[in-house]
Design a protein around this ligand. Structure first.
Ligand code: GLC
Ligand code: MG
Length: 248
């Protein structure tokens, strides 16, 4: 058995199927102890909301924590975000300019303060109007040459982040830092903000059985042999995929 880099979204991916989560956690922690496998969580949640979930579900301590849709990376339980990553994101990022554009669009309802982060501005946007509002917002942002990316998830969450950032780029930053090959890396997800994990390279991918339509649509538009669509939900689907790829 070889060590692998295990990267997973939390809500409705790692978390959401309690009995399977217990089994998966046990297998992963054993693999980490015996072979040096590394565990990374990649979530849209802020550090505050991550902590809540971690306590509620008693999540095992990860080796790396990617929060706020890839815009903050915490290593080895540190309370300070990785400075090298923050440095990369700060190039061309202008929060005030973005906010001056978004405040004119009334359909964009700001998310709670805890979810507004140094490199992430987040809104609620209703699915029914999203197909009109997102292109409008994109063209406004382009006019001002703002260096950002829009990420829409679950038919409600709109995140605006630096173009150099998303879960996929944060995952690759860690993969290179820890020298794991793409073939020895597996990423798991269920919704829109996880597309970046699957799209960025050739890492192995597990889409859980309960995935959202936005991810399933993307997967059928861009099928790949190194991506597995599971039958089972959440951690159950992850176990299925890890066996499929021969990681466990
Ligand atoms: C989490 C975050 C939220 C974000 C969403 C999608 O729910 O709390 O701010 O918009 O993930 O990335
Ligand atoms: Mg999710």
């Amino acid at each position: 058995m070889k060590p692998f880099l295990f990267v997973t979204d939390l809500d409705h991916t790692f978390v959401g199927n309690d009995s399977a989560l217990v089994q998966l956690t046990q297998m992963l922690t054993e693999h980490r102890r015996e072979y040096g496998t590394k565990i990374v969580y990649a979530t849209g949640r802020s550090p505050v909301l991550y902590k809540e979930l971690q306590e509620e579900k008693n999540l095992v301590e990860p080796d790396g924590l990617v929060v706020s849709v890839g815009t903050e990376i915490y290593l080895d339980g540190s309370g300070t975000p990785d400075a090298a990553w923050s440095e990369i994101l700060s190039v061309g990022w202008n929060r005030e300019l973005v906010l001056s554009i978004t405040e004119k669009i009334t359909e964009l309802v700001p998310q709670p303060d805890s979810e507004q982060r140094p490199f992430k501005i987040s809104f609620f946007l209703q699915q029914e109007v999203s197909a009109n509002v997102i292109p409008l917002l994109e063209s406004e942002l382009e006019k001002y040459e703002v260096n950002v990316k829009l990420i829409y998830s679950s038919g409600i969450d709109l995140d605006i982040v630096p173009r150099s950032s998303d879960k996929g780029q944060a995952m690759q930053f860690l993969r290179r830092k820890w020298k794991f090959a793409a073939e020895q890396t597996v990423v798991c997800g269920d919704s829109g903000n996880d597309i970046a994990l699957f799209a960025v390279g050739n890492e192995r991918g597990i889409i859980v059985g309960n995935a959202r339509p936005e991810l399933l649509e993307w997967h059928s538009d861009y099928p790949a042999d190194h991506r597995y669509l599971a039958q089972d939900t959440c951690a159950g689907g992850i176990l299925e995929g890890l066996q499929y790829f021969g990681f466990l």
